[in-house]
Design a protein around this ligand. Structure first.
Ligand code: SF4
Ligand code: SF4
Length: 345
């Protein structure tokens, strides 16, 4: 990896160089009922609209590579045959400007399933291959347990990663494009003082973690506790609303629907993201529901993330961003659920 430092005012110049692409970054969206600022990723047209000191966005930038709703194909029927039209919905390259490490790691996890598996998803791949990612270091929020999940720093999956050192940014460079870009602004090799400031910034960040999840032997504990009454207790609280999957940067389950127009000449196939907490998620033909209770569905979500995915990919499908717990109307948080299953109320 190559390291550089540059003055903060150079970041605006970097933005201008990238502005031929669509830039997606954190923007302020208002305040919650307690007056706390709310942020989200959105398309940005002016550098000054970027809220680079954002705490955490309500949603991750997942929707730009894995939209909540997407047309997969359309069909037109004529007298002499029919035509199929497939659009991967990729029109311009995207720049993610200011992603925190947890969200970069979330994309890396999505890649394992949607880009690197036996059946890569072309709709996801098309968008993912056209991404330029600028990471930005953060200060952990009370709900963040990314350190427990090993996702508090990103070591791949970005082009450039910036750490705020006060008047300068410390830049980690991972791609030739990023290297070329930095050559077009005023930057220099880090001095011994910059390295010291960088190390201070990382240890300062570590002081802010308050939430944690005990992950040691978690897959085995989950195997042992499959029948734990804790699942029923959480199931009684769960509203089966699916909000947790909606805000989660790593949830990727979806359903496919086909529609035929009333003229019987046009049809389409669409995909919509789904949630394993929704009542019909495991419903099959014959009206049989494999997971009819909210407890069984909530349990499945935790087993997929912390048991099944670990078995398949040797890592959890959770980056510890804490968004699901913050958004849940029933106050169900992964640290509390996992602690209770472990027998630690
Ligand atoms: S855990 Fe919370 S957010 Fe998720 S489905 Fe249940 S009530 Fe909704
Ligand atoms: S399960 Fe919750 S904490 Fe884990 S990645 Fe998804 S939203 Fe973040």
């Amino acid at each position: 990896m190559i390291f550089k430092v540059f003055k903060k005012q150079e970041l605006a110049r970097l933005y201008e160089l990238l502005a031929v692409n669509i830039i997606v970054g954190p923007v302020a969206k208002g305040n919650d009922r307690n007056g706390k600022p709310l942020f989200d990723f959105d398309v940005v047209y002016d550098f000054n609209d970027l809220a680079l000191d954002y705490t955490q966005t309500v949603h991750s930038p997942k929707r730009f590579v894995l939209p909540y709703h997407e047309t997969l194909s359309t069909f037109a029927v004529a007298r002499d045959g029919w035509e199929k039209h497939v659009d991967l919905n990729v029109y311009r390259s995207l720049v993610f400007f200011g992603m925190h490490a947890c969200d970069i790691n979330a994309l890396n996890k999505l890649d394992l399933v949607l880009a690197q598996s036996a059946y890569p998803n072309p709709y996801y791949m098309g968008k993912r291959k056209n991404l330029f990612i600028i990471g930005l270091d953060c200060t952990p929020e009370p709900q963040c347990f990314c350190r427990s999940m090993g996702t508090d720093s990103a070591i791949h999956g970005f082009d450039l990663f910036l750490t705020d050192l006060g008047g300068t940014y410390f830049a980690e460079i991972l791609s030739a494009t990023a290297f070329d870009l930095l050559n077009q602004i005023n930057c220099k090799d880090p001095s011994a003082k910059d390295l010291r400031l960088y190390k201070q910034a990382t240890s300062e960040k570590n002081k802010h973690y308050t939430a944690s999840v005990e992950t040691s032997d978690l897959t085995k504990i989950l195997d042992l506790e499959f029948e734990s009454p804790a699942w029923d207790d959480w199931g009684k609280k769960c509203l089966s609303c699916g909000t947790c999957a909606n805000v989660c940067p790593t949830c990727y389950c979806y359903g496919v629907e086909e529609h035929v127009d009333l003229d019987l000449k046009h049809a389409g196939k669409t995909r919509s993201l789904h949630s394993c907490n929704l009542i019909d998620f495991a419903k099959v033909a014959g009206n049989h529901n494999f997971r009819p209770t909210s407890a069984s569905r909530l349990k499945y979500r935790y087993y997929h993330k912390h048991r099944g995915f670990v078995e398949a990919f040797e890592e959890s499908l959770c980056v510890g961003c804490g968004r699901c717990g913050s958004a849940c109307l029933a106050d169900i948080t992964p640290p509390e659920v996992i602690a209770s299953v472990r027998g630690r109320e």
